[in-house]
Design a binder for this molecule. Structure first.
Ligand code: RUQ
Ligand code: CUA
Length: 662
């Protein structure tokens, strides 16, 4: 009975919280049971606060309806977060070794990381992840794979969502940095890696005086093989672009399927050099009132690639700029002013571009652009690329405020744009086919919600699909300033969860989440029930790299053994609570050691570690997993190996000796 009264009280409070009538807070709080009301009063909570708390609180054992995949910025990783609780569920190791996952410390992660090495073998042990993209089927997230770029080194990673582990890293052979990646086409035929700062193809040396003729932009279409779960480099291609700085891209969908859109900046082709009396980069690259939205027919580009109209450069097929022009693959249209973002509406009819120095977003009509291309007679830019005049491509401009960057969509016909300089989320209505869904008229600003502070990206639940959901938007704020306890001069970012369930000007911030692990750029949010990860690996001896049973797996403790062949010692170890078999391993200094370890566990969450002191080796062996380490026993002495996961009451006793005889 007490419980029912409590719930009724909360419902009354919620109703008032929703209507935003704060002045009537007291009666609602009085409706709460004594202790809850007293707590709310003691903490000075408004009805909106209580509403926020109730809508984000996840009782123990209850699961979030959405899962958010966040880029990990300069950490090089990806973070997995529950929505709306904003609880961090996992860091996925991608470009940076992560010891708690045994990634980069002797196991198969080493090989995956090595896939991203520079061509001369130079190891890259960090990344700058920007845009996670979930695999799609018919324009909907399908929960199978996640892709993410490394801006710092122009690399792409593939994460398999069956075990939330990185499976592949590839170094772009012709680009040295990127930004506009990773973005998938609506059936994940291709994963697009857009460029950023131009350099000669293959980052060959050329002076900046040769910028206009030798430096180039380059967009890469990585062919994704869904069955293999890998990018097939041999079926991938690139398109050479003018040395404008292509920035953010998005794939057309539904009516615009087959096309790709990227904003750009620095069509001025500024090369800096304030030392030599030239304008500094930030002035040189913002001189023009407009840059170019790149409009790319990728389906046709794939045909041109199939027809072999390419040059092979560093093993990669490149469609030359002149070929792209001749084959009608590439068009431009002007975009004001210091443009940023290119976001395609759910039905594919419009492309929304922000302008860092323009208070408007510009909305382009795909149909108008196609009509202008059809009509022909277009002028060209200095490289000969046809340019559609702005008035022939534009549908609307919507004045939102200062510093519009990125736009996402919901199920009610609203768009949401991040306003960096205003520190706000702008909600506005889409005209055109969405008009009938909107209570308000098309192309109008409805609400500007202040956020704390300086929002970069914004993301909506299922937001980049052809059918976004309507409950939540996340504001990815670059600064947090005073929102959290002071942790010294390097502050966390602030993810703010925004409730967008009500129409009109009723958006609310309902959660502040510090992200104290580097600076995330973008996130995607998927319905949790679309994800079907393994609870334990499907069979004993599972190799997560090949996603099949490892030929060196063993299935019982009896099969554990040590074999010597000359100076090579090969070990097959069984790992199960709370024991390594064998637990004594003796070798001679200089021996080559090949050590296979199989977890015989089938119990959910029964993970063991394998840390070999002095040799920089650490594995995480999830139930059923097999890993192989290989090394030369260079250091002689008495070493231990032990379990790094508190797996049982006798976890501290789970160890062995590795004796290396001088
Ligand atoms: S963009 S700094 Cu995603 Cu707005 Cu990278
Ligand atoms: Cu196994 Cu601790």
């Amino acid at each position: 009975m007490k419980r029912i009264i409590f719930i009724l009280g909360l419902i009354a409070l919620l109703a008032i919280g929703c209507s935003g009538k704060k002045e009537t807070a007291t009666p609602a709080v009085e409706g709460l049971p004594q202790d809850a009301a007293a707590l709310a009063a003691e903490r000075g909570l408004t009805p909106d606060d209580v509403y926020a708390a109730l809508s984000t609180y996840m009782p123990s054992g209850k699961l979030d309806p959405y899962i958010m995949f966040s880029s990990g910025g300069q950490s090089g990783q990806v973070y997995v977060i529950g929505v709306p609780s904003m609880r961090i569920l996992k860091a996925i190791a991608v470009f940076t070794p992560e010891s708690w996952q045994g990634y980069g410390f002797g196991g198969s992660g080493d090989e995956i990381l090595a896939g991203g090495n520079m061509p001369d073998g130079t190891e890259l042990t960090w990344g700058d992840t920007h845009h996670p993209n979930l695999s799609e089927t018919n324009g909907e997230y399908d929960g199978q794979f996640l892709f993410i770029n490394d801006k710092a080194n122009a690399r792409l990673a593939v994460i398999d969502l069956r075990d939330f582990e990185t499976k592949q890293i590839i170094k772009n052979p012709n680009a040295i940095n990127d930004h506009g990646g990773a973005f998938v086409t609506p059936n994940t035929d291709y994963v697009i890696e857009g460029p950023q700062y131009a350099s000669p193809i293959g980052w060959e040396y050329a002076t900046l005086d040769e910028y206009q003729e030798k430096y180039r932009g380059l967009i890469t279409f990585w062919k994704f093989d869904r069955v293999a779960g890998r990018v097939d480099e041999s079926q991938s291609f690139q398109i050479e672009l003018p040395p404008y700085w292509q920035d953010l891209c998005d794939a057309g969908k539904a009516v615009s399927d087959g096309w790709f859109f990227c904003n750009s900046f620095n069509t001025e082709m500024a090369t800096g050099g304030v030392e030599n009396g030239e304008p500094p980069f930030e002035a040189g690259t913002t001189k023009n009132d407009t840059d170019y939205l790149h409009i790319i027919n990728w389906k046709k580009a794939a045909e041109v690639y199939q027809a072999g109209k390419v040059d092979m450069i560093n093993g990669m097929a490149v469609i030359r700029l002149q070929t792209a022009i001749d084959e009608n693959l590439l068009y431009f249209t002007p975009e004001p002013k210091s443009p940023h973002g290119a976001d395609v509406t759910p039905g594919g009819e419009f492309i929304v571009v922000g302008g860092k120095l323009d208070p408007h977003v510009t909305v382009y009509s795909f149909a108008k652009m196609m009509a202008a291309i059809e009509a022909g007679g277009l002028e060209t830019d200095v490289y000969g690329v046809p340019v559609i005049p702005l008035d022939k491509a534009m549908e609307a401009q919507v004045e939102l405020g200062l510093g519009p960057l990125h736009t996402v969509f919901d199920d009610k016909g609203y768009a949401y744009t991040s306003l960096f300089l205003d520190s706000a989320v702008a909600r506005w209505t889409l005209g055109g086919p969405y008009d009938d869904k909107n209570p308000e008229d098309g192309w109008t600003l409805v609400q500007k919600l202040p956020v704390q502070y300086n929002i970069g990206h914004i993301a909506a639940a299922e937001g980049d699909t052809t059918s976004p959901d309507g409950g939540y938007v996340v504001a990815l704020n670059k600064w947090s300033i005073d929102r959290f306890a002071n942790v010294g001069p390097l502050l966390p970012q602030n993810f703010q969860l925004v409730d967008i369930s009500q129409t009109g000007d009723q958006m609310k911030v309902i959660y502040d989440m510090p992200m104290g692990m580097a600076e995330p750029h973008y996130v995607q949010i998927i319905k949790a029930d679309k994800l079907h990860p393994f609870e334990v690996y499907p069979e004993i001896g599972w190799n997560p790299e090949t996603m099949s049973v490892d030929p060196n797996a063993i299935t019982s403790v009896e099969d554990a053994r040590i074999e010597r062949n000359g100076t090579t010692v090969e070990i097959w170890s069984a790992v199960i609570r709370s024991h390594y078999t064998p637990e004594l391993v003796e070798v001679n200094a200089g021996d080559h050691v090949i050590w296979h370890l199989t977890s015989l566990e089938t119990t959910r969450d029964a993970t063991h570690g394998f840390a070999l002191s002095g040799y920089n080796i650490n594995l995480s062996l999830e139930p059923g997993e097999t890993q192989t380490i290989e090394f030369d026993a260079k250091l002689s002495g008495s070493f231990t190996f032990y379990c790094t996961e508190f797996c049982s009451a006798l976890h501290l006793e789970m160890l062995g000796y590795f004796l290396v005889k001088p």
